[in-house]
Design a protein around this ligand. Structure first.
Ligand SMILES: [Zn+2]
Length: 78
């Protein structure tokens, strides 16, 4: 949706981009853990209402990865 500019549900191309952040009037569109707050960018189809959220800042993405991505957890306890 972010890249295709097309809704996967109804194939509408009318996608609204809603940026997160206190200075963008959208302070609640976040992921928080500890002292870290990450703002999400929301893509909403203005035809059917389907919405996707993206972490747009690569630095924020790295923080999420550090915190939540656990490689190999499926095979550790064999
Ligand atoms: Zn749609």
């Amino acid at each position: 949706m972010k890249y295709s500019q097309c809704c996967p549900k109804c194939q509408s191309s009318e996608i609204a981009k809603i940026e997160g952040g206190a200075f963008k009037g959208n302070i609640y569109n976040t992921v928080s853990f500890g002292l870290t707050t990450i703002y999400l960018t929301r893509y909403t189809c203005t035809h059917c209402g389907f919405t996707e959220n993206y972490v747009d800042d690569p630095k924020d993405l790295a923080k999420v990865k550090d915190k939540y991505f656990k490689p190999g957890t499926d095979t550790e306890f064999v």
